[in-house]
Design a protein. Structure first.
Length: 285
């Protein structure tokens, strides 16, 4: 078999794989959005849920989803950012830092249900937070920390060494070089990492079932982080598994479509400014 024949076979294989994967994703999108969009309305998106009667909305659950996302990012971004900077700049090459990196990579592959049980034992029981939004957000932050640490470390390492050396040569301290040179240069990659963990937090359900609970506050919106708070993804699971409302299937379809739309819009709103920033930093290339 000649090299040209091998190249053609490989090209056909990769093109076919890409088309199949895109086709599967497109089928999922069309199926979920096609079944769910007809059930979306102003009342459904912003209205309160019903336990027995038909016609309930998902307004509190949608608010709780963004509230948990905000609280989890407030916790995970600073810790993950500084941990990644430490591993990339300050940490020496020894067995301890190798153990830390292996541990971070191992934690990133732990199932979310394990984090949910850990969060239930730590935050709900040991710290006495019970089922609460802050307990759920803290557990989601623990889930996303390994990803944030690895993304930050790799983003800092991809910045050319000349940036670091030039900054130090001009008399800046390490912290000044990190704050004014390395972080701005690595910002597009950092934004991509934040987008990944944000999407993961919006769609998380296993963790929040055990930490945030299956009920919503009587007040809407309720900014009390110590209150129980069911999110949209948890509500989707609850509607399909245990709900008594007669229109449970319609609510599940609408919730799935709304959750998918929210995740897609969030990713677009973050990725577009990231690409614009990346073009500016690279001189428009």
């Amino acid at each position: 078999m000649t090299s040209k024949t091998t190249d053609r076979i490989a090209t056909v294989y990769f093109w076919s794989s890409g088309i199949i994967i895109i086709g599967i994703l497109a089928w999922f999108l069309v199926r979920i959005l096609g079944d769910g969009i007809p059930h979306l309305s102003w009342h459904f998106i912003f209205g309160k849920p019903e336990e027995i009667k038909a016609g309930g909305g998902v307004g509190p659950q949608l608010f709780n989803s963004f509230y948990v996302l905000f609280l989890s990012l407030v916790i995970s971004i600073p810790i993950g950012l500084f941990s990644g900077i430490y591993l990339a700049i300050y940490a020496q090459k020894n067995w301890f830092t190798d153990l830390v990196r292996v541990s971070v990579e191992a934690l990133s592959s732990v199932p979310s249900i394990v984090f949910g049980l850990f969060g239930f034992l730590l935050f709900a029981n040991l710290l006495g937070l019970k089922f609460s939004l802050i307990g759920g957000a803290a557990t989601v932050a623990l889930l996303n920390l390994p990803v944030m640490v690895r993304v930050t470390e790799e983003a800092i390492r991809t910045v050319p060494d000349s940036y670091w050396e030039a900054s130090l040569a001009l008399g800046s301290t390490k912290w000044q070089a990190i704050r004014k040179v390395l972080i701005p240069a690595a910002l597009p990659s950092l934004i991509t990492g934040i987008t990944l963990i944000a999407g993961r937090a919006l769609g998380e359900s296993a963790i929040l079932i055990y930490t945030a609970g299956l009920s919503v506050s009587r007040f809407f919106p309720d900014f009390n982080p110590l209150k129980m708070g069911e999110t949209l993804s948890v509500h989707l699971w609850y509607i399909g598994a245990e709900s008594l409302v007669p229109d449970a299937k319609d609510i599940a379809k609408g919730s799935a479509a709304l959750l998918l739309i929210v995740v897609l819009l969030f990713n677009l709103l973050v990725s577009i400014p990231s690409r614009i920033l990346q073009k500016r930093l690279s001189g428009g290339k």
